[in-house]
Design a binder for this molecule. Structure first.
Ligand code: PLP
Length: 361
């Protein structure tokens, strides 16, 4: 008998499915399956990556002071209350690892990010899925699910893959309503796509139990670099820093992220282009009879009449080299999540969906 046994929960983890990037036998594919920025990273971030190469024999900063100062300056936040991680995924992992263990419950919503149950199980905790209402987070349902064993509540706002958003007053009601022993995590990976939105930083302030997470993987176009950050009460950030490896971020990653966050012009350009192309894309799909909720993100959740139709359309798109995301695993078998690409990408999607719908008669 094998005596090598993993910790409880680990063998219950189903491997994370990333967005596909190839179609067998099809040239000129466009990847719209992972909500990546079609404009790439800021030219300033690319330059910073190049510049960092000459000093790669040195270990990186352990406290990320320079990056935290830049983030703090841009967002008007206290750098002492910021922690940086290998993607926001790592910050989410720190939170679960530090505050939940075997027998504890970690709440996420029905259509929430699939990393949450993975992180809960990795800590031996129990993921608890709470229903949403018509693709919108239901605060009362979350509050009703909170109990003695609840340790963490994950809220993605705006949501992925729903693209809908919970209004600030509702987030505040949730923050005030969860029991005192529960940490509310506001995962604001798409915050920059919402004009004037602080990602929930204002809700973090003045409360002891709320943490906001942000990422460089979406509007900053640095998904390949793996940098994210969290903002929370000093006491919680202090706990998280104890499990963080001292050199979790490479000097290249730190330099790229700092240059990216300081390039506000590029972020503004990406936000404006995304908003413009997103309404064009949603309008084009609607004209072809495919509906979506008004999106607050860089993707839309395109709803079809049935699972069969969504899957057939996905295959048709693939045959034309357009890769989007199936979201049956998120509770939407009849929908496809489509990242807003550049003008060419959006045109290819609309033309392909229109051709598919005409074919289907
Ligand atoms: C993309 C995404 C993230 C970002 O993850 P990183 O580890 O920072 O790349 C986090 N949460 C949600 C809901 C996302 O969609």
């Amino acid at each position: 008998m094998n005596k090598i046994t993993p910790q409880p929960g680990i063998m219950d983890i189903a491997l994370y499915q990333g967005g596909a990037s190839h179609v067998q036998g099809v040239q000129n594919v466009i990847k719209l399956s992972s909500n990546e920025n079609p404009f790439g990273p800021s030219p300033k971030a690319i330059e910073a990556v190049r510049d960092s190469a000459a000093t790669l024999h040195r270990y990186p900063s352990t406290d990320h002071a320079s990056l935290r100062a830049a983030i703090g300056e841009v967002h008007g936040l206290d750098p002492e209350r910021i922690i940086c991680g290998v993607g926001s995924d790592e910050v989410l992992q720190f939170i679960v690892q530090c505050f939940a263990g075997p027998g504890d419950e970690v709440i996420h919503t029905e259509h929430g990010f699939s990393m949450y149950p993975i992180l809960a199980r990795a800590a031996g905790a129990i993921p608890v899925s709470v229903p949403e209402r018509e693709r919108r987070v239901d605060v009362d349902a979350i509050l009703a699910a909170c109990g003695e064993r609840t340790r963490v509540v994950f809220l993605t706002n705006p949501g992925n893959p729903t693209s809908t958003m919970l209004p600030e007053a509702e987030v505040a009601r949730l923050a005030d309503g969860v029991p005192g022993h529960v940490i509310l995590v506001l995962d604001a990976a798409y915050a920059e796509y919402v004009d004037g939105f602080d990602g929930g930083a204002g809700i973090v302030d003045g409360r002891e139990n709320v943490v906001m997470t942000r990422t460089f993987s979406k509007i900053y176009g640095l998904g390949g670099m793996r940098v994210g950050w969290g903002y929370g009460p000093r006491a919680i950030i202090d706990v998280l820093n104890r499990v963080r490896q001292p050199f979790n971020l490479s000097s290249t990653a730190l330099a790229a992220a700092k240059a990216a966050v300081l390039d506000r012009e590029f972020v503004e350009f990406c936000r404006a282009e995304n908003a413009r192309l997103r309404s064009w894309l949603a309008g084009g799909l609607e004209a072809a009879g495919v509906y979506s909720d008004p999106s607050n993100t860089n993707f839309i959740l395109a709803r079809f009449g049935s699972r069969e139709e969504a899957e057939a359309c996905d295959l048709f798109l693939q045959s034309r080299g357009v890769i989007v995301r199936r979201v049956a695993g998120y509770g939407f078998p009849e929908a496809l999540r489509i990242t807003v690409g550049d003008a060419d990408g959006c045109t290819r999607v609309v033309e392909a969906v229109r051709a598919f719908r005409e074919d289907a008669g």
